[in-house]
Design a protein. Structure first.
Length: 240
């Protein structure tokens, strides 16, 4: 094999690798989360080699990304157990700052994803729905305070995210409000994790159990919806 053939083969392999890296994976949201997680994981390799003590914090950053992203509605109790686990090995304040940073970063991505989705023509009926318009008007009265309260409580943040996007609330104050609201909540879980030292298997059971409850609920809801949809034509035929 000549040097030219070796060079050509290496060039083809490099092009294939580049295509694999830039090829979209799944939907828009999943693709962004996957790439973000990969970048943070790659950046964490030299950091863990140079500073082994940072391993729990880097692990926290990598794991908390999907928990704070699109998987949040499916895994509603994932971030808190992860924070409590990391707090066994690092001070609560550092755990809080890392978890909060990844959460705000995911909110930045979610903001763009939700705006892109909500601008689709297919969701025009949703945007024009009476209840949605009413909710947006209420949100518009105190957008910053509403976002802070929602971020500090178990209230689903995706609802506030939708309202903020539909209202046209600027992203910067939205992210600041999210950070202000989330900081005490995340710090509380980090402090409890370091103080209580809950076994890992218990925290894992919380994540798996809550995810299973959500998935079962969605499955049952879909089955009921399909049954109703199938029953309506049958009832119309009998009535005719």
């Amino acid at each position: 094999m000549t040097l030219a053939e070796v060079t050509q083969g290496a060039a083809r392999a490099a092009r294939r690798a580049a295509q694999v890296l830039v090829q979209p994976r799944g939907g828009r949201a999943a693709d962004l989360v996957l790439r973000s997680t990969g970048v943070i994981a790659l950046l964490g390799i030299p950091l863990t080699i140079a500073f082994p003590r940072l391993v729990p914090l880097i692990w926290l950053a990598v794991v908390s990304l999907p928990a704070s992203g699109p998987l949040g509605p499916i895994m509603p109790a994932a971030l808190e157990p992860v924070v409590m686990e990391a707090a066994k090995y690092e001070k609560p304040i550092w755990v809080t700052l890392v978890a909060l940073s990844t959460y705000v970063y995911m909110e930045y991505l979610n903001w763009h994803i939700y705006r892109w989705v909500l601008d689709r023509d297919l969701l025009s009926r949703f945007r024009d729905h009476r209840r949605v318009r009413t909710a947006v008007r209420y949100f518009a009265r105190y957008p910053f305070a509403t976002t802070v309260v929602a971020a500090a409580t178990p209230f689903p943040c995706w609802v506030i995210r939708v309202l903020a996007v539909l209202h046209g609330y600027p992203m910067r104050p939205y992210l600041i409000a999210i950070a202000i609201g989330r900081f005490p909540r995340i710090y509380l879980y980090a402090w409890l994790g370091g103080f209580l030292q809950i076994p890992t298997v218990v925290l894992l059971a919380v994540v798996v159990g809550s995810t299973a409850v959500v998935l079962v609920h969605r499955f049952v809801s879909r089955r009921r919806g399909r049954s109703r949809a199938a029953a309506e034509p049958a009832a119309e035929v009998e009535a005719g």
